[in-house]
Design a binder for this molecule. Sequence first.
Ligand code: NA7
Length: 317
Amino acid sequence: RPVVTRPETQAIDMNSRSNTLADREIVPSDQTFGFLGLGMMGSTIVKDLIYTGHKVVVWNRTIDKCQPFVEAGAEVKDTPMDVVEAADVIFCCVSDPKGAKDLVFGNCGVLQLKDLNNKAYVEMSTIDPETSLDIGEGIKQCNGRYLEAQIHGSRQDAADGMLIILAGGDRTVFEDCHSCFKTIAKNTFFLGNVGNACKVNLILQTILGVSMVGLAEALALADRFSISLKDIIDIFDLTSMRSPMLLAKGKEMAKGDFNPQQPLSHMQRDLRLVLNMAENLDQSMPVTSITNEVFKHTKRLGYSEHDSSAVFVRSRF
Ligand code: NA7
């Protein structure tokens, strides 16, 4: 098995600004915003919230990641519970449904505060509708308000303030987050009840995952014929099939540059969540099942932390 080098994790650059953000007129809410999870997405979002004048309190499991934010003016707390105590609206942005639930129901978690009156909790981690309903129920039982705000887009989209927010749950929370959403997103949708936004997000991820595996297989076949991948991509660009995402992914595949915009492990997690949803409905999704297997295998080859486009490596075998 070839040795796979892990992609380099780049330190957050607190001074970089997207032009998009400078063009938006953002009047920051005077509420205090808590933020749990300073991964690639979380840290990019928090950086922009601070830049646009929001008052932010942060926590991350690996405490070192908080340091640049302290220097930029954010307050750091020791536990998720402490963040909830200090903030009016609390965002959570961690890897998966298990992490999202741990932060709410776990030791020193959000619900340890017991009374969440006047607090709002916003789940940004990609989760399935059932997890979201459980979290929402827990928050409501403690008198808090809950919104799922699924973020659709890559790490670069987050850096450019070009995410799409898909929200469901308490509309008053959606409104309270207006200036934050305007900072990080180009479009924001309120989709009704808790669970709806998670469903829409996972449906979009299904389209993305299946398309990417199709692209990888087609390019791998071209490669076997020794046809230039650049030629294929240039011609593809002229067809009615062209899409900015597939073009970008095709170029990454051709270059073998799998710097993570959307990590492969996240793509596979999303497909697993999609298939669980489909299983509960007896909905047949054979192509998605195979797509999931392809991503799972690529993970086993050592490409978990690379971009999803690394699925091309497996297709070339
Ligand atoms: P990253 O860069 O992989 O970061 C993941 C973050 O989640 C990071 O802050 C982790 O803390 C945190 N994490 C993961 N599991 C846990 C648990 N169990 N408890 C507490 N914290 C946890 O992901 P992204 O920032 O790109 O994406 C985050 C979400 O946004 C994801 O759901 C995407 O689909 C959308 P660590 O720093 O490792 O201590």
